[in-house]
Design a protein. Structure first.
Lengths: 275, 416
């Protein structure tokens, strides 16, 4: 018993020491968000401002359209999660259960799209969305999610492969068509995958920086992450406001993490198993 | 089933496309600029004032942050969706002009624009003898910001027009106290901030007069580079580059007696907790030289509303538009008569007004940045190669000869 106790104390201390460098940037972020602009620049830097400037947060709200940015971010993250869940599950189901001509070719094309860097398709994609008249709207940022995401399709496909073929055969004998097999058998079994895909997509969309910057021309249409870039100019940045905005940005993600902790850990384990 | 969904998608797409066509009709032009939230407010004010002042042209403002501007611009040009009027930087001007991105404004400028009233930089407005841009604002580089509190504490007189590099060094020695993290000077290692001006003051040049060959290994240029090295490693009045890592704006820390920098920093220094002023760069062995850079307004070669664009540009460069730019304090207007208004906001910066006034009597103290095709490429190469000297890894001569070769390669390729 004693051995176990001392071991757990050592583990605890190691974890505590390891967590300090991880949490340091966040402490710095919050402390900078409470400084005046000139005190962000002093050297040697001070960790805790002598008189915390809480007005930075209220001033931030009047300086930039933060409410709009938050609403845009939440809208995009939620819609993208829904879109990717729906489209990825449907496509993965198709690849696993259905048999059709060119199935293998299509799958290889799907995989190869994962290897193309964004910079290579950025301009053609822009030309396409400009043709639709979607520049300076949010459409380019969520409509594509309803057309699947290669990584999520692959992930869902790996999971679906573990579902025994017997279920499908039995359902076919009972007279079910493929849609019924999909939402009566596969979806109820896929809750861990759905949550994982949803969470990953939510966080990725929340953090997506480049897309809004390219397609949106008006500051009020931006997402919170891209919008904060307007607080740094060519010569210097308003670091205290940027940090205040960043603190507000990560708060929803932290809340989301705390609520869905259990799912995330089992989701990461799931990804490991399926590889 | 699939056909039904596809046709719905198709209809929705056509509908959205049609919506965007319906928006056309009146003479609407688009104006694109970059900026932080305050600069965008200034641009919005310019656009709103113009729109209210007349009924023929309606301007729509489109903005990006500074980091995304040129990528967004290239995307839009490629998609044939370029803004009608936009802002251009010297670093990219030649490259874009060569590609035919700009509308040729030569006739309009010759008949309807008085260049003599402006600070005018040919390298940001002219290409191959034609005018493609008109001046928006100016940035002076290599001016000396000095911390009055530190000078008072050390009992030194403030810098003035008599200062030489010798006087500067002596003052810097008195102001440096490494134990207290106090330094006498900082000369930035990037071109516009200090490197060019020191080379010029030593009698050297970056390029020859027709900007085809680099002159980084000439004796005078090397003397300038040697001065930059010596202040760091011989006189120890300027910190090493490893010390400077992470110090994005040294002057704001309050630990530096003098810092060379750009006039665009003035707006960020407005509320510093110490008193400060601006002085001209001290005289080097071959004189004192500061740099003058400019942003220009340009028109897209594919714009369908040249008359409307020009009307808007006349407003932007006229007294009313330049006054709005001056009052906002973000940039010094290019129109000379509006310049004093800028300084109403910044009493600390009156030294710069003195520099500008003196330059009207003696234009030689302001030199243009040697922009060429592929400027960004060779400038990055130059700065990163010379970094070896500033980190004391290599002697300035060796670094300069490597830079000479690499930069010349880049320029030769661009000029082919």
């Amino acid at each position: 018993m004693r051995k176990n106790k001392s071991l757990s104390v050592i583990v605890f201390i190691v974890l505590l020491l390891g967590s300090i460098p991880m949490i340091l940037p966040f402490i710095w972020m919050v402390s900078t968000s409470l400084k005046s602009l000139s005190s962000t620049m002093i050297f040697p830097p001070e960790f805790f401002p002598k008189s915390p400037r809480w007005q930075n947060y209220t001033e931030l709200f009047s300086l930039v359209p933060i409410k709009d940015w938050f609403l845009n971010s939440i809208f995009l993250s939620v819609v993208n999660s829904v879109g990717i869940i729906i489209s990825s599950l449907i496509v993965a189901f198709g690849f696993v259960v259905l048999n059709f001509k060119f199935k293998d070719v299509l799958f290889i094309i799907l995989l190869s799209t994962m290897m193309i860097p964004f910079e290579a398709i950025m301009i053609p994609q822009y030309i396409l969305f400009n043709f639709f008249g979607w520049v300076n709207t949010l459409y380019p940022l969520w409509v594509p999610s309803f057309f699947g995401s290669a990584y999520m399709i692959f992930f869902a496909r790996q999971f679906f492969k573990t579902i025994s073929k017997n279920y499908v055969d039995a359902a076919k004998i009972d007279g079910a068509n493929y849609w019924q097999i999909f939402y009566k058998i596969f979806i109820p079994l896929s809750y861990p995958v759905i949550v994982t895909i949803g969470l990953l997509t939510f966080i990725n969309t929340w953090n997506y920086f480049l897309g809004p910057l390219i397609y949106l021309n008006t500051p009020s249409k931006m997402t919170i992450v891209s919008g904060l870039s307007f607080l740094s100019g060519q010569a210097f940045g308003y670091w205290n406001y940027i940090m205040a905005g960043s603190t507000l940005t990560i708060l929803p993600i932290i809340v989301l993490f705390l609520i869905t902790q259990k799912w995330i850990i089992s989701g990461i384990a799931l990804q490991g198993e399926l590889k | 089933m699939l056909k039904k969904y596809f046709s719905i998608f198709f209809i929705v797409t056509i509908f959205l496309f049609g919506l965007s066509i319906a928006a056309y009709g009146k003479t609407t032009i688009t104006f694109m600029d970059w900026g932080d939230i305050f600069q965008i407010q200034t641009d919005q004010k310019l656009v709103d004032t113009f729109n209210k002042s007349q009924n023929d042209v309606f301007v729509v403002l489109q903005t990006t942050s500074w980091g995304a501007y040129f990528q967004t611009l290239q995307n839009r040009i490629a998609a044939n969706n370029a803004p009608d009027v936009f802002v251009m930087d010297g670093a990219y001007f030649d490259n874009f002009a060569k590609e035919g991105v700009f509308y040729d404004l030569t006739n309009l400028v010759k008949t309807d624009f008085d260049l003599s009233k402006y600070y005018f930089e040919p390298s940001v407005c002219e290409y191959n003898g034609n005018f493609y841009g008109v001046p928006r604002d100016i940035t002076i580089g290599g001016i000396m910001y000095y911390n009055k509190d530190l000078f008072d504490k050390a009992g030194i007189k403030y810098p003035d027009w008599d200062w030489t590099w010798q006087t500067w060094l002596e003052a810097a020695k008195k102001l440096t106290n490494q134990n207290e993290n106090k330094w006498g000077m900082y000369i930035p290692t990037y071109g516009e901030g200090g490197l060019y001006q020191i080379i010029w003051g030593a009698g050297g040049h970056i390029l020859n007069s027709d900007r085809t060959k680099f002159t980084l290994t000439s004796t005078n240029t090397l003397n300038g580079l040697q001065f930059m090295y010596d202040v760091r490693y011989k006189y120890n009045v300027n910190p090493s580059e490893s010390y400077m890592q992470g110090l994005s704006d040294p002057f704001m820390t309050g630990n530096f007696g003098t810092v060379l920098g750009l006039s665009s920093s003035i707006v960020g220094y407005k509320n510093l907790p110490f008193r400060w002023g601006i002085a001209p760069i001290p005289k080097g062995p071959y004189g004192r030289y500061m740099s003058v850079n400019q942003l220009a307004f340009v028109v897209s070669s594919r714009s369908k509303n040249i008359d409307a664009d020009w009307k808007f540009i006349k407003f932007l460069t006229g007294p009313e538009g330049q006054k709005i730019i001056a009052e906002a304090g973000e940039a010094i207007p290019a129109l000379k008569e509006e310049i004093p208004i800028y300084f109403n906001n910044f009493s600390n910066a009156s030294g710069l007004l003195e520099i500008l006034n003196k330059s009207n009597e003696d234009p030689s103290i302001l030199r243009t940045i040697p922009f060429t095709l592929s400027w960004y490429e060779w400038e990055n190469m130059l700065e990163s190669t010379l970094e070896y000297a500033w980190t004391n890894t290599m002697s300035p001569e060796k670094a300069a000869s490597i830079a000479q070769q690499s930069c010349q390669k880049i320029l030769d390729r661009a000029l082919k």
